[in-house]
Design a protein around this ligand. Structure first.
Ligand code: FES
Ligand code: FES
Length: 176
């Protein structure tokens, strides 16, 4: 059956069975592979996308339930101001290790901050608890969320190696 869904602002028409999970439509039919398959059972959060801004598990969302709701994926979240701040905080805090879970983590964090711009630690915990990270980046994820919410100072970027070399060279006394 043909379905037209809106993904990151663009209409996409797909011809799939009504019970096909949105995850497979995104990855296999449309070819957007940023959204990851982890457990396929709604338990890990790797497949998280937004439907009208709300985080959902795309492995548990049949295409027939999407309707006219706007689908946002990791490929499009950086176009929103909150998504861009979350991605910046992730980079500033070097959150990722293997990275496999991180699309889902960013989608859950962005959904949280859209609804609750200055979340408490308990609210962060409760919003993120379903997103599993086998590399255990949990502390950095929580710190990055606090930065994106404006509740922790942004990290100051370390000077580049070139600047350090130039500065060390300038400090070496010349023979007079
Ligand atoms: S793949 Fe969907 S929750 Fe794990
Ligand atoms: S960064 Fe490796 S699973 Fe989360």
């Amino acid at each position: 059956m043909a379905y037209t869904i809106k993904v990151n602002g663009k209409a996409q028409t797909v011809d799939v069975e009504s019970d096909t999970p949105l995850l497979w439509v995104l990855r296999d039919t449309i070819g957007m592979v940023g959204t990851k398959f982890g457990c396929g059972a709604g338990l890990c959060g790797a497949c998280t996308v937004h439907l009208d801004g709300v985080a959902v598990r795309s492995c548990q969302t049949p295409i027939s339930r999407v309707g006219v709701k706007a689908v946002t994926t990791i490929e499009g979240i950086g176009e929103t101001p909150i998504g861009a701040s979350v991605q910046k905080a992730w980079i500033d805090h070097d959150v990722m290790q293997c990275g496999y879970c991180q699309a889902g983590q960013i989608m859950s964090a962005t959904s949280l901050l859209k609804k609750t711009p200055r979340p408490t630690d308990d609210q962060i915990e409760s919003a993120m608890t379903g997103n599993i990270c086998r590399c255990a980046c949990y502390t950095r994820i929580r710190t990055a969320i606090r930065q994106a919410a404006g509740m922790a100072p942004a990290l100051v970027a370390a000077p580049s190696p070139q600047i350090l070399v130039a500065s060390a060279a300038a400090s070496v006394p010349t023979k007079g």
